[in-house]
Write a protein that binds this ligand. Structure first.
Ligand code: MEV
Length: 325
């Protein structure tokens, strides 16, 4: 769908859009400054949107708000703006559809709840009009939604919310699949404390102004670590992936986006035998990610993280044959 009017059906039909949570293996924060990141889907936490044609206003029924889309609160402002942009390009007024959004992605935990919601809503509406959004079109619309949620968004959350496997992301470049050379087993654990992406992103930006050299070199290093993690994932070198994750956590701590609850869970994951562990997402609350040797060890790490106080833990596994979207 270009910025010109797209060829779409005039009469929408019932349709479903789906997406899922995301996890960032290495590269959060640095991604905003144009450095590479390695990310993946967390399919254990899906979102789904049903679009049904109606004769009335555009409405939404969601965990955050139910009513006319035009009355939606600021928390849905990004999705609303993206939907309006897409409908304008379809040449269709913002009416005549009832959207029902269901999400299992915990809100404000650094798992991309806003990106997953936006991707499923946009996907449902596009399908309803018989339009197919390619990756670049989806990225552009998701960018509109995500900049409302984050202030500044690199697009990594949007890319991973619709990916099928591990991806290498860099702003302004096509997303590439990273087929792992050996099965990957990640454990994601929720500290139970909200992660405020906008504030964490602003804190790094403020630090960049006050400590330019130190902050820039740490962001650059995070980008190099993301590339190293990508190469190690492709080579199936689990130990090397774990090392890049640990090294990334050192940088994220120095940037001031970790916190005692995350540090505690990261230590617990390492004590449980994780090959590497770090925060995932914006930090300052939210979740950690740990790499396990295999599924069995992953279950044990998850058990120990829950015993150490994690509110919830999920498994994200990627087989050798998995390919990204
Ligand atoms: C949030 O999941 C990742 C950040 O790097 C923000 C972004 O890249 O949009 C903190």
């Amino acid at each position: 769908m270009s910025k010109e009017a797209a060829t779409v059906s005039r009469t929408p039909i019932a349709a479903i859009g789906s997406a899922h949570a995301k996890l960032i293996v290495v590269g959060e924060h640095a991604a905003i400054y144009g450095y590479p990141a390695l990310a993946a889907p967390l399919v254990a936490l899906p979102t789904r949107c049903a679009a049904v044609p109606t004769r009335g206003a555009l409405t939404v029924d969601s965990p955050l708000f139910t009513g006319r889309f035009s009355d939606a609160p600021p928390s849905l402002g990004g999705i609303r703006a993206a939907v309006q942009t897409m409908l304008a390009r379809f040449g269709h007024p913002a009416r005549g559809l009832a959207l029902t959004l269901q999400s299992q992605v915990p809100v404000g935990r650094g798992l991309g709840s806003s990106a997953a919601a936006a991707a499923s809503v946009l996907g449902a509406i596009a399908t309803s009009f018989g339009a197919t959004l390619d990756a670049a079109q989806m990225q552009e619309l998701m960018g509109i939604a995500e900049s409302f949620a984050h202030g500044v968004a690199s697009g990594v959350d949007a890319a991973a919310a619709t990916a099928d496997g591990v991806i290498a992301f860099q702003m302004g470049k096509p997303v590439t699949d990273v087929p792992p050379g050996a099965p990957l087993h990640f454990v994601v654990a929720d500290s139970g404390r909200p992660s405020q992406t906008k504030l964490a992103v602003e804190a790094v930006r403020t630090r960049l102004w006050s400590r330019v050299r130190d902050t820039s070199s740490r962001l650059e290093l995070l980008g190099r670590l993301a590339e190293a993690a990508r190469d190690a994932a492709q080579a199936g070198d689990l130990r090397a992936i774990g090392e890049t994750m640990d090294a990334a956590q050192v940088e994220l701590e120095a940037l001031g986006v970790s916190d005692p609850a995350l540090d505690h869970l990261i230590r617990a994951a390492r004590v449980a035998g994780a090959l590497g562990a770090k925060l995932t997402g914006a930090g300052r609350g939210g979740c950690i990610i740990a790499l396990a040797r295999d599924g069995t060890q992953g279950n044990e790490i998850a058990r120990q993280l829950l015993a150490a106080g994690a509110e919830a833990a999920w498994h994200a596994g990627f087989a050798e044959e998995d390919r990204g979207a």
